[in-house]
Design a binder for this molecule. Structure first.
Ligand code: SAM
Length: 472
């Protein structure tokens, strides 16, 4: 039985409800009156329930599909403006005891080089990331209670927050590690993590069990209820996602929204972010073996429909996607991207000629962070290195209230400009710096409150004189 508030995976992600939603969407794929009414309701920016969002995704009327894309762009602009938050993944260890058939870290893979960073190696990786200009990391690790116990992850977080190199500092560490206990989530929370990220991979239980044949990750309920335990452990910024390509996208799109609805209903705060990774080629993994891979046109529809359905939720895209693909989804709804990423353990300080055979997937966008920043500026975006909300305690529902109160323009916008200025001052190439400074001048006028604008101007001047780390 479907129960959005239940704490049981099988009830808040109900297989029957997903099948009924898919059937409803198929039946109404050309129902002009209904689709128009849904689009009108979505104009309010209050989001959509999963059934209505599924109808938009299924829509077969070209003019209404176009309206959906236009609406997604408007909602993106209204809630996020032209800011794009930047981050980088940091792979700590690829030791893993699971058997996930799509992931090269799986235990049966004997060709991948296994590696776990020491604290000294983490220091070197983090300094390399700081020297690129990064302020926000996503920690990644395989699941291995012996090689990567929670104590190792906690120690790594302490190491990372403690590293100061020139003007560099990692100010927010998000964590993407396997489902764990309430007690371990509490320890992660106390270590000061930003978002706890865990991809569901697929919400289809039977398929999930087949794709994860061995290891602790095989337990669908344990994995699916992880965010509930994270919330109980005090983490109120959680990031969900599915790996598109494992199951039919219609099924997982609906499951993803039902998960978001569940968190909102049960804890009063929906997910902080949604990630939309697509399955990639990797060591021993051929996407040709997976029949549900999602073509670009469908992927764009998925991003637009998510943007409309959960306007308050940030959307993340990684370097799994190519430059062209990233450009498209940025306008449709994505608000965070990685740049200059390495998906191998120790990839940021690899020695010349050293073999790189520990990567998790093949990166499509191989540009440096400076190139990504310059590209974003050329497209009219403001690359933001802001970490202010989390550091000011504006997490969970407190962050959502800021968003809902429309205070973004007086808070996130100047913070984006200030952190961009830091980046330009400390790390950018001369050409990127020139572009960025022009953009900051133009964008300062968009801060509505006079006092905030004047303070932002003072901060920007102080950054030129060498001061750092201002925030609203
Ligand atoms: N081990 C952790 C867990 O069990 O959730 C998470 C870390 S894993 C390094 C991060 C994510 O990479 C996985 O959740 C999965 O969705 C994604 N991934 C694995 N194989 C992939 C592939 N071949 N292409 C794209 N993404 C992949």
């Amino acid at each position: 039985m479907y129960d959005v508030k239940s704490n049981k995976a099988g009830e808040f992600i109900s297989h029957d409800e997903i099948l009924a939603t898919m059937a409803y969407a198929r039946r109404n794929a050309e129902n002009r009156a209904l689709i128009e009414a849904i689009l009108e309701r979505a104009e309010t920016g209050r989001g959509l329930p999963h059934r209505e969002a599924a109808v938009l995704l299924e829509c077969r009327l070209p003019d209404l599909t176009q309206r959906m894309f236009d609406l997604a762009r408007r909602i993106k602009q209204r809630f996020y403006g032209n800011r794009i938050v930047m981050f980088a993944p940091l792979y700590l260890s690829n030791y893993c005891v699971n058997g996930c058939v799509y992931c090269p870290y799986h235990l049966p893979n004997k060709t991948i080089r296994r590696k776990k960073l020491t604290q000294e190696e983490i220091r070197r990786e983090v300094i390399a990331l700081q020297d690129m200009g990064h302020k926000r990391l996503a920690l990644e690790a395989g699941e291995d209670p012996v090689n990567n116990p929670i104590e190792y992850v906690l120690e790594s977080i302490r190491t990372i927050y403690g590293i100061r190199h020139r003007n560099g500092a990692i100010r927010r560490v998000n964590v993407n590690i396997a489902a764990t206990t309430v007690e371990n989530y509490r320890r992660l929370h106390e270590a000061g993590i930003g978002t706890y990220i865990l991809f569901q991979e697929t919400y289809h239980k039977e398929n999930y069990e087949a794709l994860h044949p061995t290891g602790p990750k095989h337990d669908y309920d344990w994995h699916t209820e992880a965010m509930d335990r994270a919330m109980q452990g005090g983490i109120d910024d959680v990031g969900i996602g599915v790996l598109f390509g494992l199951e039919t996208y219609r099924y997982d799109f609906t499951g993803l929204l039902m998960h978001a609805e569940h968190l909102e209903a049960a804890f009063g705060v929906g997910p902080h972010t949604v990630s939309v990774p697509r399955l990639c080629m990797a060591d021993g993994i051929d996407t040709g073996d997976f029949e549900n891979c999602v073509p670009d046109e469908v992927f764009h529809k998925i991003v637009a429909a998510i943007r409309i359905a959960v306007p308050y939720t940030g959307m993340i895209i990684s370097t799994r996607e190519s430059r062209a693909s990233r450009e498209k989804v940025l306008e449709l709804g994505v608000s965070q991207i990685s740049g200059g990423s390495r998906t191998s353990v120790g990839g940021y300080v690899r020695e010349e000629g050293e073999e790189e055979n520990s990567a998790q997937f093949d990166v499509s966008d191989r540009r440096t962070l400076d190139e990504v920043v310059a590209w974003l500026l050329d497209l009219g975006y403001i690359p933001s290195f802001c970490t202010a909300c989390y550091r000011a305690g504006r997490t969970g529902d407190r962050f959502m209230s800021l968003l809902k109160a429309g205070q973004i323009a007086n808070c996130c916008h100047p913070n984006a400009l200030i952190t961009l200025k830091e980046y330009l001052q400390d790390y950018a190439s001369p050409a990127t710096r020139r572009k960025g400074l022009r953009q900051i001048e133009r964008e300062l006028d968009a801060v509505p409150d006079d006092r905030v604008r004047e303070t932002a101007r003072r901060f920007l001047q102080a950054i030129e004189k060498g001061e750092r780390d201002f925030r609203f």
